[in-house]
Design a protein around this ligand. Structure first.
Ligand SMILES: [Zn+2]
Ligand SMILES: [Zn+2]
Length: 83
């Protein structure tokens, strides 16, 4: 489940406001449900982690997962061992 954080008010969660983007065809704008700013960033999807997700990788289960640098090594490393 993709998690989001808001850099304006500090909100964290999954239920963001979405709207069709007027700038990109089929694009979606995501806004914070609390302050309504479009200042969201992705959060590491590892259970319990609240760091900003700066990269992503496929897990051993073949699911794409957003994660922070710290967990990237863990997930990517575990993925390699499976191969
Ligand atoms: Zn906010
Ligand atoms: Zn993490």
């Amino acid at each position: 489940m993709t998690k989001f954080g808001c850099s304006t008010c500090g909100w964290r969660g999954i239920n963001v406001l979405t709207a069709e983007s007027p700038f990109v065809e089929f694009g979606i704008l995501r806004a914070c449900p609390v302050c309504r700013n479009v200042t969201l960033f992705l959060i590491c999807e590892v259970e319990g982690c609240t760091k900003e997700a700066t990269c992503g990788t496929l897990t051993a289960e073949g699911v794409y997962m957003w994660c922070c640098m710290e967990h990237f090594d863990e997930i990517a490393g575990a993925n390699k061992e499976e191969e």
